[in-house]
Design a binder for this molecule. Structure first.
Ligand code: NAG
Ligand code: NAG
Ligand code: NAG
Ligand code: NAG
Length: 470
């Protein structure tokens, strides 16, 4: 089963919780010849790129390279990948149990990079590691006026954290127009240098293992921080109507700075006019990506059908009933329909076997999803054979969903539960393989006919009875 490959992350997380008390320091098998870390802040999440050149200084071959990660960030990791710099080949990555407490009390756990072949003593490896966190800076100050530009503050380590000695190390922060250090460094050497669109620490030489020094860096972010606290995405597959119907329910919140003096529509209109609607830490229009070639889009919310919706190719531009400022929330439902052929693949080798592949997410760009429940609801009588998800999920279930006029066994509903997803990673496609006999296609209409007939009969009997009573 494809299922098996994706259990790693949750299983390891569970393990982490059990053994958090164990002190673990990886064997000193490596030396970082070069360790260059870039923290990318141009999105509402945080992405770290590590360019590493490492040498095995042990007397024996080694298979694992460890990367300390602050313990409180472990559960916020969306993705952790590594690849060789020289060739486009991925290296296996995992989170491992075991923690270690640093001098200042910070607890770290570890990511491990597992080489397929043991690395010989003296051998050098150049690799590229990426870690995506569903985390952004905190608004600083936490409240601003309607016309102010929002700033976020993020705690960063001035050194790339490593259990090994680094001969050369540096940290670059990129993705904002300006950076300010809120807590100046105690040592001159450790002060950050402001370059255009970049803030730089280092290069440092001969950095000892676990060396760290925390800085608070603030930077302007003139856009809202969209967090989807809950998403319920249902994809109904119908062989009878030849459609795939999408329905998504969003609960979103803007995690940006709150309004200091409350909301004033007059002030808001003035601002919008002056800036021509550009910038600002509020959601004025929400761009929702749909699947390509979709038809019949609609948006509803608590009040009813939302009419301030405009379509732009495969995008729906939704103007919520009020601009969503920092700390404010909005719930809505969006739906659309596609032809089944856009996602359906028919197995050539297995009889009655079908494959559906659909993106894990559509929806707004640059958003963090705290909880997402993505379901594919198969036609009645279909049987799930196999499933696959391109992203790690916390669990998956197959249940039954009943709709109007269903047969007794209902539709097979397959649900993946995800946490800390990023919109940028959501275009990966989940796959459902199922068996569906075309004969099942005719069951439903027959069932409906039977009911209608039954209902007519009952009507007849009732009428006759009534007549007889009269
Ligand atoms: C960074 O700022 C936050 C909020 O002001 C504060 O709680 C934290 O202690 C600061 N961290 C450092 C390393 O100065
Ligand atoms: C959105 O839904 C959640 C859960 O039902 C509710 O707690 C919240 O108040 C709703 N928010 C708005 C703005 O309607
Ligand atoms: C969308 O429709 C166009 C034109 O009919 C077609 O060329 C394209 O392949 C379709 N895209 C998808 C994803 O089906
Ligand atoms: C799967 O995970 C979700 C969210 O964490 C939870 O609500 C649900 O109960 C879980 N289901 C099972 C069967 O564990």
């Amino acid at each position: 089963m494809l299922f098996a490959q994706f259990w790693l992350l949750p299983v390891v997380m569970a393990l982490l919780r059990c053994v958090a008390a164990d002190d673990f320091v990886p064997p000193n098998a490596w030396e970082n010849k070069e360790f260059k870390k870039t923290i990318e802040l141009s999105n509402s999440f945080t992405a770290e790129s590590l360019e590493l050149t490492v040498v095995n200084i042990d007397s024996e071959p080694v298979t694992q390279y460890f990367l300390p990660i602050p313990y409180d960030l472990i559960s916020k990791i969306s993705m952790f990948t590594a690849a060789y710099a020289s060739e486009e080949a991925f290296i296996q990555c995992m989170l491992v149990p075991g923690t270690h407490e640093l001098e200042d009390g910070t607890v770290v756990s570890y990511g491990a990079i597992q080489f397929e072949e043991p690395v010989a003593p003296g051998e050098e490896i150049a690799m590229l590691v990426k870690v995506h966190y569903a985390v952004h800076g905190t608004p600083f100050p936490s409240e601003i006026g309607m016309d102010d530009t929002q700033s976020l503050a993020l705690e960063v380590n001035r050194y790339p954290l490593s259990p090994y000695t680094s001969l050369m190390a540096s940290v670059d922060i990129a993705g904002a127009e300006d950076f300010t250090e809120l807590t100046p460094a105690e040592i001159d050497d450790e002060s950050g240098i402001l370059l255009t669109g970049q803030f730089k620490y280092g290069p440092f030489h001969n950095v000892p293992p676990f060396k760290h020094s925390m800085a608070n860096v603030s930077y302007p972010v003139d856009y809202p921080l969209i967090t989807v606290t809950d998403l319920k995405r249902d994809i109904w597959i119908s062989h009878w109507a030849h459609t795939a119907e999408f329905q998504e329910y969003y609960e979103i919140v803007n995690e940006g700075a709150a309004l200091k003096d409350g909301f004033s529509r007059v002030e808001f209109m003035k601002r919008v006019q002056r800036t021509e609607g550009k910038g600002g830490n509020f959601i004025g229009v929400l761009g929702l990506e749909m699947t390509e070639n979709s038809t019949e889009p609609y948006v509803t919310d608590k009040v009813g059908k939302v009419s301030s919706v405009m379509r732009e190719e495969s995008k729906l531009l939704l103007k919520p009933r009020y601009p969503i400022f920092g700390g404010w929330a909005y719930n809505f439902t969006v739906g659309w329909t596609n032809k089944l052929e856009d996602f359906l693949h028919i197995s050539r080798t297995e009889q009655d076997a079908f494959l559906i592949s659909v993106p894990v997410l559509n929806g707004p760009p640059d958003a963090i999803y705290r909880n997402a429940e993505v379901s594919v609801i198969l036609p009645e009588g279909a049987e799930v054979l196999d499933v696959g998800s391109p992203l790690p999920f916390s669990n998956a279930t197959v249940t039954r969903e009943y709709s109007y006029f269903d047969l007794a066994d209902g539709h097979a509903k397959l649900t993946f539960y995800y946490s800390n997803l990023l919109s940028e990673l959501g275009s990966g496609e989940m796959i459902v393989k199922y068996r569906f006999n075309q004969a099942a296609l005719y069951k439903k209409p027959l069932y409906i006919a039977y009911y209608v007939f039954g209902a007519l009969m009952a009507f007849f009997v009732l009428v006759n009875m009534n007549l007889s009573i009269k």
